[in-house]
Design a protein around this ligand. Sequence first.
Ligand SMILES: [Zn+2]
Ligand SMILES: [Zn+2]
Length: 405
Amino acid sequence: MKESNEIFLKKKFRSYYKSGFIDSVPELEKREFGYGVFGKKIIARHLSFSTAKEFNSFLREDTPFFVSYSPAFYEFPDKRPMERKIYLKSDLIYEFDADDLKTDCKQKHDSWKCKECKSKGKGLVEKCPSCGSNTETEEWVCEECLNETKKQSLKLINFLEKDFSFSEGISVNFSGAKGFHIHLRSEEIQNLSAAARIELLDYLTANDLELKKLGFVYSKNKMLCPKESEAFGWSKKVLFSLKELIEKEDAEKISALGNSRTSVIKKFLEKKELILKGMKNGFLFPKPSASEKFWTSLLSALVEKEKLFLDRQTSMDLAKIIRVPDSIHGSTGLQAKSFSMEEFKNFKPLEQGIIFSNNPLRVFIKSTPKFSLKGENFGPFNLEETELPEFAAVYLLARNSAKLV
Ligand SMILES: [Zn+2]
Ligand SMILES: [Zn+2]
């Protein structure tokens, strides 16, 4: 009888924790910790450690499959209920997850199965198209969807730096599975009130944003806009984005976003210089017909394009705990690797997050789409025994998509 996935992985994870020292959480003694086991991300929380050394001993001896810490700082992090911990301040954390973004690649690597009528298919489908029941889904990630989450993360950093001049104390890491975590740890951020955090979130996600309030007002057959020199924040973003579109003369895109025919827009763009001049002077050049509708539609689409997609609930929850950077994600066996901002653009999570060896390992694989790790392609597999490099085998064992033979 071969070892279970759980026992095998625990040994592997322990060897990883014994080979290094995790010191990625500043002021660790004021944080609450939690951990999980095979198949369960959090089974216990309200733990605390007084030093990084003590924390690392815990990782080596108990070797949890998941370990999380609180962005919040407490006087007594291990007390409960929450009120007794006495909240002091909190980092601000944003999570970007491939699950939250609609990408075409999901059609290739995700699949669903209906528990009731047994229908199945490709893609991420939550309700069965035949009978309407809830489906069971199997989700994978690839370079394409992780790249989309990277784009969102970089957009957030751009927002923070350009719109708020927050550039100190930003630290980033791969989540270990489907995306990235951005930790904001500067003094001014940590002391933001709950209300200020919501305000910031509203700004980033363009929640309740009104074009009128930005200065895009339709009056006397003209769409007025803020003057370039006076624009800031969102009005500047929208103006800049619009200017870029017009300068590029991308008639197809403009017509799609503005809900207008391409031929009409092509003709309209012949007056490009006049349009750009108008923008400088505070108005958007009238389109021959349905001008208000056109500009409103185009401007709204630009807001959609520029805004961030953030999960509201998790962004606002001050009591949540989040994966410790550089720890292992127990359902992938990948490292939640932290890296510098300079490295972000070229960071490859499915290569640089790998911590296990190339030694061959025999496994029986249930079913997988084609997947890629460390620049190598694997699969698709369906009920077959094969030899894989250890890092790929661990990935499948942790997902429970394979077992040892
Ligand atoms: Zn069904
Ligand atoms: Zn993908």
